[in-house]
Write a protein of this length. Structure first.
Length: 116
């Protein structure tokens, strides 16, 4: 039986010798790897709840075979270009729709006096 992880415990990760270059580029691009992984975990939990991904992730997958990531985070798509670009455009539109521009308020001397 595997040991249950507790907050503050260390976890170890090891890349495969045959790791996809895009995965290595992503790992190396992170300024705080644990926080980046934590964010992805939080997104997974928010969308699907707590589950063992090994029960739903295919053992052999080729998700990244259609995408090559160059230095600087620039995407070069060799296959499925329309689907990938369309996905980015949808996310871009959702972000634009969700962002509300709030005009900057002027601060009056009376307000400052009230704060002191």
């Amino acid at each position: 039986m595997k040991k249950t992880k507790q907050p503050g415990d260390n976890i170890s990760l090891k890349t495969k010798k045959t790791e996809d270059p895009a995965v290595m580029n992503w790992l190396n691009a992170q300024s705080n790897l644990m926080d980046s992984l934590r964010y992805l975990i939080e997104q997974e939990i928010a969308e699907h709840g707590v589950r063992n991904l090994q029960t739903v992730v295919p053992m052999e997958r080729n998700v990244l075979t259609s995408i090559t990531i160059q230095q600087g985070g620039r995407l070069v798509v060799s296959r499925n270009a329309d689907r990938v670009v369309e996905g980015f455009q949808e996310v871009d539109e959702e972000i634009s729709a969700a962002v509300e521009v709030v005009p900057e308020e002027e601060i009056e001397d009376e307000d400052i006096a009230a704060w002191i």
